[in-house]
Every structure is written in C-alpha cells, then in structure tokens.
Design a protein around this ligand. Structure first.
Ligand code: ADA
Length: 571
C-alpha cells in the first residue's frame, strides 16, 4: 500500500483516505462509553493527516478517535494502515479487531466473514508516552499524533499473498543472480484450499510451488531457487529495477527489486565492488504544515534538492520513512539508511534493559524488514541513535538487534549512530562505525577540532583492534537562523554555519578511514518543547534549508563540496 505502482491486479483494493470523523478524547473516556459504536458529535478531518496541524491542536498529546464509513461486497477484509501515531486500537462495526504499537510502521488486520453492505471502521489513537515508549517523550522532533499515512481495505479471496521477499546472491563477476522468493500466504477461505504459488521476475518464471492450506490459516513458503544471467545492476544514479510478482489463482502481489552488492572491505565501503564515498544528509520526513503526513510532490522536491547538492545518500532520521519516499529513492538511484525511532537521551539504562522495550524495538525491526526488504536503495539498517552505549543494557540490546538484522535483513550493512566515541562498548556490533559529533556547535570551537578528533579516534580504534572498520560521520552540523547574516560569522549566522560545514566536509573527505558523511540536517524542523531541548523558535535550526526548503548559505557550501567530490570520483 501507499506505493508508486499498483501492487495488485486481481485483488480488490479500496482507498479509505479522505474525510473521516474525528474527536479528541482528553479524559480517555471513549472506550468506557463505547465510542467504537459511533463517535458522538464528531468533526470532519482528512486522513492521512496529523491532528497537530488542525487549528488549536498543535500541542495536543493524548487520545483521539477516528471513524470511517465504507461499503464493501463483504468476505474476508484486510485493513492496511501505513502508520498510526503511536498506538492504535481498531474496531469494525463495534467489534474489536486488533491493535498496533509503533508510530512509523505499516500494519494490517484481517477480518474473515464480513457481511456485504455498510460498515464502520473505528480507530482509537493514543500518542502519550511512558518509560516503555519508543521513542521516549524526550526527542528532538515533534510528537505528532494521528493517522499520517494512507489506509486501505482489501478483499481477500482464496490463497492470498500477504508479502514476499526476494533473497538473492550475485555471482563474483556480478553478472548473475541466484534468487529465491519467500512468500507469506493466507487462506482467506473458510475451507481448505490448494493453489499453485508462482513467482516471476520481469514476467519470467522464477519458481513455483503447490500449497494446501486449511481455512483461514497463515503459512510462509519458500519457492525453488532460480538463476538469472546478465542482470543489470542497480547503482547510484542507475536505478535498474525489476518487477517481481507472486500469483495464485485468486490473488497476486507485485513489487520491485534491484540487484546490487553492498559490503565493507578493509576500510572501504563497496557498492557493486567499487569503493564509494557516501555524500549524505539527514532528513526528517516532516513539514510544518503537514507534520509527518508528508505529501508526495514535496517528497519529490526534497529529493531534487538533495540531488542538486550532490548527495548520493540520505539517512531517514530517525524512523522508517513512507513507502512512497523509499520507492522514489529506488527510482532515482539514491542510497538510503533506514532506522527505527529508538532515539537517544530519553532511554534510561533500566528502560534499555526492560524486556518490553527490547521486544518493541525488535518488532519494529521485524516490521521494517518485512515491509522494506525488497527496496534496493536501502543499504544500511540503523538499529538506534545515541542511546547509552556505555551500558551493559545497550550492549545486550544491540547484540540482539544486530544478529536479527544480519540474519534476516538481506544484503545490507547494519549500523547505529553513536555519540560516545570514547565510551561506546558496542562497536563490535556494527559493520561501519557511525559517529554523531558536534564540534563547532556544542563543543570544541578550535580550528583543528575535527582533525584532532579524527586522529585521536583512529588511535582509539587501533587500541580496540578495530583498525579496519571504516567510519561514517553520521551527524555533524551547526544551527543558523534563516536570513540572519553576520560578516564576522558569529554563532547562529548563516555565514558561520556555511563555514563550519564547508570545513568539516573537507576534513572528512581527506581522511582515509571516513567513507561517508551525513550532514545534520537537510532542513529545519519542528521539535518538541520538552525541558532540555529548548530550541530557538521551537525548531531544530541546523537545516541547510529552512523548514519551507529555502536554502541557507550552508546549502550552497555543502553543494560546492559534494559536487567537487563527485567530480573527483569521476575523474
Ligand atoms: C543528535 C540527534 C539528532 C539531533 C542533533 C542535534 O545528534 O541524533 O536527532 O537532535 O543531535 O541537533 O543536536
């Protein structure tokens, strides 16, 4: 769902986007008074949207109810939610059908035996926090609430394809693919059914198997392996995509893949066997007028702005981005780092050791892998950002996530972003050391601060016997208020930000261990008003562009540097 292409030809899919009934429930009494049977005196709002962009609701944090009436021919219905922020409970015609935790993940709920006619879908949305929340209350972005991504209802018939992933390896000369599909099936019929499950790659046969399933049962099957010679590789700026399809007699699911090889070899980052430098930027999928319900045309514009400044990579800080955005990156040949919203400072050591938190994070990784596996642009899975990496609790959690992603994440690197270069005890669980550092802003204003830092860290790596691990500078930057100029380049001026960015990009580019940089950040963005965050204007102002995507001087400085590095790479 929410893709740039049709996912189904045989399956009937109806969008539930548009006008929904809505009401805030500040005392959380709706469940007690059965609002799932009908919201009393509702307002009309748009879905997808966040409630904070409605007048008067900017700071609302709590419970709210959404409901939508729709017509269906009946049968087995599957409700697909692109994202509900943060906890969702769902009822159909007043009957509870399921719940989901986690604001940035897609999920679906299947309800067999629904009668034909008019139906009411009700969703209770809760965006409050406690010690077990991911993210925690204290983050450096805005806690929007609502249904920020699309909702659809599908009618399932017979043996259906819920998801598929294409696992593959490339031959040493990168010309030939050995692949096999793993397919999640569901029998939507109440009686036992048998079906031929066939895979295709660009319409060519790619494995088939016959499956018999009892009524209303799930099963995951692996199709026989296939070989494809003379493949066109997916690469930066060369987005060679193949269409995949899994079909049964009654159902189908289309997706796209691209074949590429990502690895770390010595201190190099290799894409398709070639050493590359990641020229990146961190981007929140956020806009002051839309919150996290980010429109497609603005996604395209953000990508154009990033490409124009010479970027070949983006980090989806700090949560899985919408499918459309990742589809666009697949189509443009831009590398992507996708991570879950396990963000830093807020998590105490106790929280990191809490089995509920560990499991919630793991489930977010499972969902990210399930829904994003086939995207060729995703070259790195990010486990977390700036957590208490010096603690045993962080070590154990990182170990669990790392092994899960290594075993299940496909041909990708596994990383996390660390702000504790000297105390971090988890570097054994990442393929590349990713460092968030803020010389020139929070600390170290000396001219050679970055050079000294990298020299000392390279020595530290040697002492840890990790000399051969490459480094990505995953965050660095400095704030500037858009339009605030000062010839002497004092703090907060566009001149100062531009000077700092230009300088550190050169330092990173010249360092033999640094394989990439992700500037913090693409554009200014609204941030939460928690104590300790205290950002001017209530925005994180370290954007190269302001929140309306107007360039600051630093955008031009980054563009000059990145385009020059790109030119060097070509010659
Ligand atoms: C951290 C964090 C970012 C942002 C940044 C900043 O590195 O990962 O989300 O908060 O600091 O601007 O201070």
């Amino acid at each position: 769902m929410g893709r740039l292409f049709e996912e189904h030809v045989k399956r009937s899919v109806r969008s539930l986007d548009g006008a929904w009934n809505f009401r805030k429930d500040p005392i959380d009494g709706g469940k007690r008074t059965a609002w799932y049977l009908g919201i009393p005196r509702p307002e009309t709002v748009a879905v997808p949207s966040v409630w904070n962009t409605e007048k008067g609701n900017l700071t609302y944090e709590g419970v709210a109810w959404y409901e939508k009436t729709f017509y269906s021919e009946g049968g087995c219905l599957r409700f697909c939610f692109g994202a509900v922020m943060t906890e969702a409970e769902v009822w159909l015609d007043g009957v509870y059908i399921g719940a989901h935790y986690g604001g940035f993940s897609q999920f679906d709920l299947i309800v067999p035996n629904v009668g034909a006619g008019k139906h009411l879908l009700s969703v209770r949305v809760d965006n409050r926090f406690d010690e077990q929340s991911i993210p925690q209350k204290r983050v450096d972005w805005y806690h929007y609430g609502g249904i920020p991504r699309s909702v659809t209802v599908e009618t399932l018939k017979g043996i259906c394809v819920l998801s598929h992933r294409l696992e593959y390896t490339l031959s040493d000369d990168l010309k030939c693919v050995m692949g096999r599909f793993t397919v999640a099936l569901y029998n939507a019929d109440a009686s036992m059914q048998t079906a031929e499950v066939e895979g295709t790659l660009d319409s060519e046969a790619a494995g088939a198997v016959t499956v018999t399933l009892e009524g209303n049962v799930y099963r995951t099957v692996t199709l026989p392996a296939f070989k494809k010679a003379n493949v066109r590789l997916w690469d930066i700026g060369k987005p060679e995509l193949y269409e995949t399809c899994i079909k049964t007699a009654t159902d189908d699911l289309y997706d796209r893949v691209g074949f590429r090889k990502v690895e770390v070899c010595g201190r190099q980052f290799l894409l398709n066997g070639r050493a590359i430098e990641l020229r990146g930027v961190n981007r929140h999928e956020e806009h002051p007028d839309w919150g996290f319900a980010f429109p497609l045309n603005l996604m395209r514009r953000d990508i154009d702005l990033a490409v124009e400044m010479g970027c070949n990579a983006l980090r989806g800080s700090h949560y899985p981005n919408s499918q459309e955005f990742v589809d666009l990156l697949d189509e443009r040949g831009i590398l992507f780092w996708s991570e879950i919203p396990m963000w830093g400072w807020g998590f105490s050591e106790e929280a990191l050791a809490d089995p509920v938190v560990v499991e919630r994070g793991l489930e977010m990784h499972r969902e990210m892998v399930k829904y994003y596996y086939n995207h060729p642009c995703i070259i790195m899975w990010g486990m977390h950002n700036e957590i208490q990496l010096k603690t045993q609790a962080a070590y154990r959690l990182t170990e669990v996530y790392y092994h899960y992603l290594k075993e299940n994440g496909g041909n990708r690197l596994v990383v996390y972003a660390s702000d504790k270069p000297w105390e971090d005890i988890c570097f054994g669980f990442c393929d590349v050391i990713c460092l968030n550092q803020y010389y020139g802003w929070y600390y170290g204003y000396e001219d050679d601060a970055w050079e000294s830092f990298l020299e000392a860290f390279t020595q530290h790596k040697r002492e840890l016997e990790m000399e051969d691990k490459p480094i990505i500078m995953s965050e660095f930057g400095c704030a500037a208020i858009f339009g605030y100029h000062d010839d002497d380049g004092i703090l907060w001026s566009e001149e100062n930000q531009a000077k700092q960015i230009a300088h550190c990009l050169q330092v990173f580019h010249a360092h033999k261990d640094v394989v990439g940089s992700f500037i913090w950040q693409f554009c200014d963005m609204r941030t939460c008003l928690e104590a300790g965050i205290n950002r001017a204007r209530g925005f994180n102002n370290k954007g190269l562009l302001n929140e309306y995507r107007k360039p600051k001087l630093a955008y031009l400085a980054a563009k000059n540097a990145y385009l020059a590095f790109a030119q060097e790479e070509k010659s």
